[in-house]
Write a protein that binds this ligand. Structure first.
Ligand code: NAP
Length: 311
């Protein structure tokens, strides 16, 4: 019985991770690459940005665990076997990291610390008006693991928080809206809009000229989910026209962001290198191992992906 680690990790990082997995699952053989000598025995796979096609033709494969929370790239691989259950990573440590990044962005936008950074570069001493957190409405789009944790953290910090999801499942202290019909109202009332949606057929390019126009003039946009949620040229036009005030972007159409991309030097854009919530391999491996042990004991693993919905 064996397990395949399929990743784009550098060789030394992969070996360190393999050692951790072997220690946690001592009765499994752990392989770090495909090989005809052992492929027929592979029953499990842990995947982190795997090369397309790496899971094809594994006759005994019976469970795939993504080490990433978002599975959009994996689901785009046509060779991913349909019949094998796929779980995504849900890790409270990662949810907390995401909430910290969102809170950092909101504090900077609300208290105008990005403006003070510009002032420092210009050697300008100019205190700006200070507002209370409860005067600022923040919208969190996507209220799953990351979005719910983020919305609750922002509410605990005193912000007026609204949110949007497919189901509209209520969350205490958050004004929740649902389905396509609920989006315009959420966008219209927010001063800061945070994207924490999964990338699916329905959410691809959701942030475009039409939805930017539905936001309040001067609203700020924070994208912590996926680059292809956004039509980049529409975002630039909204920033340049003053419809949007500032954008904090962690994710992009092309990553790493090309050196000549206008976002790097745009005065109204703050760039992060897809670092809002990185997988913490210590806790994530323990979660993945627990899921494998569940499968081996005949139970349903946690956090299976609904392939029809795309998340
Ligand atoms: P999740 O638990 O699956 O939650 C997804 C949320 O989006 C749910 O609330 C869902 O509604 C809602 N949703 C999905 N489709 C929708 C639609 N068409 N209209 C309205 N709401 C919709 O996902 P998660 O773990 O919070 O992760 C969210 C995303 O964050 C990931 O997919 C990934 O793209 C991104 N991410 C980024 C980083 C980073 O470092 N930048 C790290 C990890 C993850 P329901 O509640 O009704 O199902």
């Amino acid at each position: 019985m064996s397990l395949l680690l399929a990743t784009d990790f550098a060789p030394d990082a992969l070996e360190r991770w393999a050692a951790q997995v072997r220690e946690s699952l001592p009765d499994l053989q752990v392989h770090t690459r495909r090989d005809p000598a052992h492929d027929a025995g592979i029953e499990f796979a842990f995947v982190a940005n795997p090369a397309p096609g790496v899971l094809r033709d594994l006759p005994r494969l019976r469970f795939v665990q993504s080490m990433w929370a978002g599975v959009d790239k994996l689901l785009r691989d046509p060779t991913l076997p349909d019949e094998v259950p796929l779980a995504r990573m849900v890790d409270p440590a990662m949810n907390r990291a995401m909430a910290e990044t969102a809170l950092w962005a909101v504090l900077n936008l609300h208290r105008r610390f990005f403006d003070y950074l510009d002032q420092q570069r210009a050697k300008q001493w100019q205190p700006l008006p200070q507002r209370r957190a409860n005067e600022v409405n923040v919208a969190v789009l996507g209220l799953g693991e990351m979005g719910r944790t983020t919305a609750l953290r922002l509410a605990a910090n005193g912000y007026r928080v609204s949110g949007w999801s497919r189901s509209g499942t209520p969350i205490a202290r958050v004004d929740v809206h649902a389905r396509d019909a609920g989006l315009p109202q959420v966008l219209a009332q927010a001063e800061i809009v945070i994207n924490l949606l999964p990338l699916t057929a329905r959410t691809h390019s959701l942030f475009n000229a039409k939805t930017f126009a539905q936001m309040r003039r001067g609203a700020h946009f924070v994208n912590l989910a996926r680059g292809h949620h956004v039509v980049e040229k529409d975002l630039l036009a909204a920033l340049d026209s003053g419809q949007l005030g500032h954008a904090v972007l962690d994710v992009f159409h092309t990553e790493p962001l090309p050196a000549d991309h206008v976002f790097w030097s745009h005065p109204k854009v703050t760039v992060l290198p897809h670092a809002a919530a990185q997988t913490d391999l210590r806790s994530a491996t323990a979660i993945a191992v627990a899921n494998i042990n569940a499968v081996r004991a005949g139970y349903t693993p946690a956090h299976l992906v609904d392939r029809a919905q795309g998340y």
